[in-house]
Design a protein around this ligand. Structure first.
Ligand code: FAD
Length: 399
């Protein structure tokens, strides 16, 4: 049987989110027309960092979304399909339609998978009274409803026992809610509880110190190494596992903001690109795959040992683009990523600690003042300046 010839792209990018588009925008400027293709089934592109403020009632959900067609850089071929298999030994990927594509260089940027079903009862409970999450477009508005509708009792905020995108986001929304309830007191007595699977509030001590002050200011009850495993919405109970002892702990809730467990997308876990953890196994400096030199990965789906944020991708994208071009020219990758990441830690309305650090947890701060302090100017930066920098700078390959 005659095999139809496969479409081949010099550079194929899997995923058109923050990382995929940032790299595509850079590569398309440097390569001949028709060289770069992006595979992504989504009709939309979301600026997820603003979901914290949407959940807190300080931004509109619609302001975070644009049409993917308007975001794909000019000159890039958009293949509106999901990739279902990656076969790096053949330099091929398969799409949901069954079509196979060939590449010379592959950039993997498929983001992170939200594993809602890993918490028993969560999927059914989401969006019902008091159960909410900032972590998806579909659920983010449920948070503001839950905060406004809270009449007292226990308000829980959870942080799961897996890597997540934006490690600070589970607590940012808690600080907004706590401040809102201070000003608009619920009718009944209430308490705010943070249940976090890790043993620390934040990985970098310099910023953890400030967060602990914020926690104390609001009288928040924090329990470490406590992982949400099930929700019983009928009896309004949250079932946790105490990770230190293995014991089951059941707590009543009136409201619960859930950050779901997350993992590498299944299509990557099942591919030869995965490390044993499921993340794409790349060199932490060059972003080049450790076994397949024509493959690069960046963003949330990679095994880069840094905090998974869009800010980290701002520094990863130029590194990946330069190194793809190096490999295409027969050179060794020359650009190096140092693990830079940033987490704008919202600590209240008009208050923000701008954490910026590298692989070693060393502060890499942009401004000449002490960024570990809460500042109004940094909240303004997050709300107004960073979205503009994202749409007009990062996604255009300019920032
Ligand atoms: P994404 O941008 O998620 O893109 C992945 C893309 O892959 C998507 O377009 C998807 O459609 C596509 N895809 C998935 N599966 C397939 C498939 N099988 N085939 C083809 N395409 C596929 N970051 C910050 O820097 N600062 C913040 O303040 C911040 N706050 C956050 C708050 C919240 C509530 C959330 C949810 C995130 C926050 N982040 C923040 C994190 C940031 O949004 C992510 O780290 C970033 O978007 C990751 O980019 P990515 O390209 O790796 O993944």
């Amino acid at each position: 049987m005659i095999q139809p010839s496969l479409r081949t792209f010099p550079v194929l990018i899997l995923g058109g989110g923050t990382a995929g588009i940032s790299v595509a925008a850079r590569l398309v400027k440097a390569l001949p027309a028709g060289s770069v293709a992006v595979v992504d089934p989504s009709a939309h592109h979301d600026y997820q960092p603003l979901w914290t403020l949407v959940g807190g009632g300080d931004a509109r959900r619609e302001a975070t979304r644009r049409r993917q067609a308007d975001v794909i850089p000019k000159g890039v071929t958009w293949i509106q399909q999901a990739v279902t298999e990656v076969r790096p030994d053949e330099r091929e990927v398969t799409l949901a339609s069954g079509e196979r594509l060939r590449y010379e260089q592959l950039v993997v940027a498929l983001g992170i998978q939200l594993d809602w079903d890993k918490v028993d009862g969560l999927r059914e409970a989401l969006g019902t009274e008091g159960v909410c999450s900032n972590y998806s477009w579909d659920t983010v508005e449920s948070t503001w409803r839950a905060i406004q509708g809270f009449r007292g009792g226990a308000a829980h905020f959870t942080h799961p026992n897996t890597p997540i995108k934006c490690g600070g986001a589970p607590q940012k929304i808690m600080y907004l809610a706590a401040e809102y309830w201070q000003k608009h007191r619920p009718a009944q007595p209430y308490d705010v509880r943070f249940r976090i699977a890790s043993p620390k509030i934040f990985a970098v001590e310099r910023y953890a110190k400030t967060l602990l002050e914020v926690v104390a200011r609001h009288g928040i009850d924090v329990v470490y190494q406590r992982d949400l495993v099930a929700l019983r919405p009928r009896s309004r109970e949250a079932v946790y596992k105490d990770l230190a002892t293995g014991a089951e702990v059941i707590e009543p809730y009136a409201m619960i903001h859930v950050t779901p467990p997350m993992s590498a997308p299944d299509v990557l876990k099942q591919s030869p690109l995965a490390a044993s953890t499921g993340w794409v196994e790349v060199d932490k400096a060059t972003l080049q795959h450790v076994r397949y030199p024509d493959v690069f990965a960046l963003g949330d789906c990679s095994n880069l040992p840094t905090s998974k944020t869009g800010a980290a991708i701002r520094k990863q994208a130029p590194t990946a683009a330069t190194n793809v071009l190096d490999v295409r020219a027969g050179r060794a990758p020359s650009a190096v990523y140092d693990g830079y990441t940033s987490c704008p830690l919202v600590t209240g309305y008009g208050k923000l600690v701008l954490a910026e650090f590298d692989y070693d947890g060393r502060a890499q701060e942009t401004f000449p003042f002490d960024q570990s302090k809460e500042r109004r100017s940094m909240y303004w930066l997050k709300k107004h300046l960073l979205p503009t920098l994202y749409w007009s700078g990062m996604l255009k390959g300019r920032a």
